[in-house]
Design a protein around this ligand. Structure first.
Ligand SMILES: C[S@@+](CC[C@H](N)C(=O)[O-])C[C@H]1O[C@@H](n2cnc3c(N)ncnc32)[C@H](O)[C@@H]1O
Length: 231
């Protein structure tokens, strides 16, 4: 049986059943009213799971640009989105984001912790959306995660706790912060939380209780009539 709240997940997100962070994604997308015909960009798309979920929500009349700096991601997205002509995979650094059209939603998840300058990337995303349109960023506060009460660390990430300053990054990019919250999956013993941690760190927490890094979601909106941000 689904956990409370997951019953409200948009149908397309059912494809993300193994994604332990799908609940904040579902909440954010439901709040926007994302639907048919929307133009979106998924920045730092990785294997494209979220891009495909977005594509199913926007339908054939919509479009999803799946942008990643790693050329291998483009192949992975092409495979994942083989049945979705509305997904266009682009190899591009988020810092240089340029799209063929202004979009209704610029989205990123687990991206800003890896980039050199998170503020520059959020500004770029703000510049990619139409006036009145949306930027949604979901980033972790890694050190607030716990295994058996001990704080998590992610030495390979440039900004492992970038989620803690995410609302300010969105505001400083010239966007209105419409909503912001943090959510952390937790568990003990066998299950998706333990499997996720194991795949992320290579460490099996066994029977120790786990709180994964809280994911801070910020929903930002570009002012409808204002000057907005420049690219
Ligand atoms: C942890 S994965 C997240 C994938 C996906 N967003 C998700 O939530 O499942 C981070 C992705 O960001 C990409 N990335 C890292 N730095 C980037 C940059 N400067 N510009 C664009 N993509 C970048 C990586 O190649 C990787 O695919």
């Amino acid at each position: 049986m689904d956990a409370p709240g997951l019953r409200d997940a948009p149908d397309a997100l059912k494809g993300l059943r193994d994604d332990v962070y799908r609940r904040p994604l579902s909440t954010a997308l439901s709040r926007l009213g994302l639907g048919r015909g929307w133009r979106c960009v998924d920045v730092g798309a990785g294997g494209g799971d979220v891009s495909v979920a977005l594509a199913e929500m926007v339908g054939r009349d919509g479009r999803v640009y799946a942008v990643d700096s790693d050329p291998l991601a483009r192949d992975a997205v092409a495979r994942a989105a083989a049945a979705h002509a509305q997904v266009i995979a682009l190899t591009q650094a988020a810092e240089d984001l340029i799209l063929p059209e202004a979009v209704d939603l610029a989205f990123c998840r687990f991206l800003l912790l890896h980039v050199l300058e998170p503020a520059a990337v959020v500004r770029r995303m703000a510049g990619a959306v139409k006036p009145g349109a949306w930027v949604v960023a979901q980033e972790p506060v890694t050190s607030a995660g716990r295994i058996d009460g001990v704080a998590l660390s992610m030495p390979d990430a440039r900004h492992p706790d970038v989620g803690a300053i995410l609302p300010a990054l969105v505001r400083d990019a010239g966007l209105e912060v419409v909503d912001a919250w943090a959510e952390a999956p937790a568990g003990v013993g066998a299950g998706p939380v333990r499997s996720y941690l194991q795949s992320l760190t290579g460490v099996d927490p066994g029977d120790d209780p786990v709180v994964l890094p809280p994911l801070v979601t910020v929903i930002g909106r570009r002012p409808p009539g204002g000057p907005g941000t420049t690219r």
